[in-house]
Design a protein around this ligand. Structure first.
Ligand SMILES: NC(=O)C1=CN([C@@H]2O[C@H](COP(=O)(O)OP(=O)(O)OC[C@H]3O[C@@H](n4cnc5c(N)ncnc54)[C@H](OP(=O)(O)O)[C@@H]3O)[C@@H](O)[C@H]2O)C=CC1
Ligand SMILES: N[C@@H](CCO)C(=O)O
Length: 441
């Protein structure tokens, strides 16, 4: 059969960081891409709300202020959605599919919340929704899981998947900055989302781990059951105590297949300082995959930025261009498993999770306190592995840091409720989870 050599006609929604990066990469590598695909990927129509922000980018395409003009353009084969947000991105994506266009998107929030609806609409029409750029920027983790590890039973994924929070935690460790100063620097450097609470409160990482869990385990997208904690409440002293104990604190997205279902969670986590993930610093991302045949694999790279994210957008465009004329049933399924083989495994509540823990307790500076704390923990079957207590001469309260052996989170929850009632405990107890990565799957 002769190869179709007509240009693939691309419409693009949004011309910000990722949109401009996509145009740059398509222009810079046009020859290389054409050699790979056998045809040109041509941006024919772009939705640009503020042309003055294009910084001299030359766009040889029709330009409309209204994104609907791109979606309704009958001369477009693929729509790239890099506007972000839910509305109108959701309606535009569904309308693009309705009118027979494939979609490439970097919008993790949209897919984490509305992915099931969007993938079903695409499936019903034999169209592709490609989303490599939505997870960990340049790192081809979706392709790795969906295709490279397709022969494996995947057991767990654990990733540093938010560059902003990783940069903040790195600066808190390396420079002893407090959270606020590190966040301001991350914003200045352009790592943070338009709304940085998505980065520092864990929402962005939760969107990404939710999508990865679906691709790894063949489950529908279920953001509502993802447990999410961010890093706002961490203090410099926690980063320092963790280092003293031989750990680094990272905001991790974790998903793990267990006997009773699937764990899906994002929270700051202590990991051994000697583990490869601990050395992932600044805005970089890395994902550790445990699978039965391959064992452990790590993917590392730039999780954000115009050109790195465009790398993933363009790779998706190449995939779409290569298979748009193929029988849809012969394409790689959106979520790695055939749509009728997705299984809604139960997503486990945090109470059912087992973990080791770090506790920081602000306690009265007087004898007998430790004994009371230990007694409460023991009453709930929770045992202490290590302890740091600093003398502060004359101070009313002192921090006590405990490392706890693995226990069920429900047991620790019950112990913390009881501990909060001890008159010697001042303020909230900080609880962080510890993943001793090398020792568990
Ligand atoms: N930046 C990054 O490193 C990464 C981003 N992503 C995702 O990529 C997407 C885009 O992010 P990014 O490029 O950083 O965002 P930007 O804010 O830089 O760009 C978004 C662009 O879309 C435009 N836009 C938004 N709404 C509309 C609308 N209704 N009509 C027309 N134009 C509109 C904006 O215009 P205006 O300027 O007028 O508001 C802006 O030019 C998001 O989903 C993000 O989560 C994914 C991975 C990495
Ligand atoms: N704000 C995100 C961009 C990439 O999704 C981050 O910091 O990782």
């Amino acid at each position: 059969m002769a190869l179709d050599t007509a240009p693939v006609r691309v419409g693009i929604l949004g011309m910000g960081t990722v949109g401009q990066g996509t145009v740059r990469v398509l222009q810079r590598n046009a020859d290389e891409i054409r050699r790979r695909v056998g045809r040109e990927l041509r941006i024919c129509h772009a939705a640009v709300r503020k042309p003055e922000r294009l910084h001299g980018l030359e766009l040889d395409a029709r330009v409309s202020a209204d994104p609907w003009a791109v979606v309704r353009d009958p001369d477009i084969d693929v729509v790239v959605e890099v506007m972000g947000g839910i509305d109108p991105a959701r309606a535009l994506t569904l309308a693009a599919l309705e009118s027979g266009k494939h979609v490439v998107t970097a919008n993790k929030a949209l897919l984490a919340l509305h992915g099931n609806e969007i993938f079903a609409a695409a499936q019903a029409r034999g169209l592709m929704v490609a989303f490599e750029a939505a997870v960990a920027g340049a790192i081809p983790i979706v392709k790795t899981i969906r295709e490279g590890l397709a022969g494996n039973r995947i057991q767990s994924l654990m990733g540093i998947i938010n560059g902003t929070s990783n940069y903040i935690l790195t600066q808190m460790y390396r420079e002893s900055w407090d959270f606020e100063r590190a966040l301001a620097a991350a914003q200045e450097l352009g790592y943070a989302e338009a709304d940085p609470s998505l980065d520092v409160d864990g929402g962005d990482a939760a969107h990404k781990i939710t999508l990865m869990a679906s691709v790894a385990f063949g489950i529908p997208v279920d953001f509502a059951h993802c447990h999410v904690e961010g890093i706002r409440h961490l203090q410099r002293q926690d980063v320092a105590f963790a280092a003293e104990l031989g750990y680094r604190i990272k905001l991790l997205g974790i998903t793990r297949r267990c006997d009773d279902g699937v764990e899906l969670r994002v929270h700051p986590t202590l990991i051994p300082a000697s583990h490869l993930l601990a050395s992932v610093e600044g805005p970089f991302n890395a994902i550790l995959v445990h699978s039965d045949a391959a064992g452990q694999s790590i993917c590392y790279g730039r999780g954000a930025g115009g050109d790195p994210t465009a790398s993933a957008v363009v790779a998706d465009l190449v995939d779409v261009a290569r298979t748009m004329t193929a029988d849809p049933s012969n394409r790689v399924p959106h979520l790695a498993f055939q749509a009728d083989a997705l299984t809604a495994l139960p997503l486990l509540p945090m109470a059912a999770v087992e973990s080791a823990y770090y506790l920081r307790i602000e306690a009265a500076n007087r004898p007998g306190v430790l004994a009371q704390v230990a007694a409460v923990l023991a009453a709930h079957g929770v045992s202490i592995e290590a302890l740091i207590q600093r003398e502060r001469l004359g101070a009313e309260t002192v921090p006590i840091v405990l490392v706890l052996h693995r226990c069920r989170e429900a047991d620790l929850d019950a112990a913390l409720v009881q501990m909060a009632q001890l008159p010697v405990i001042g303020g909230e107890v900080l609880r962080l989870r510890i993943e001793n990565i090398d020792q568990q799957g």
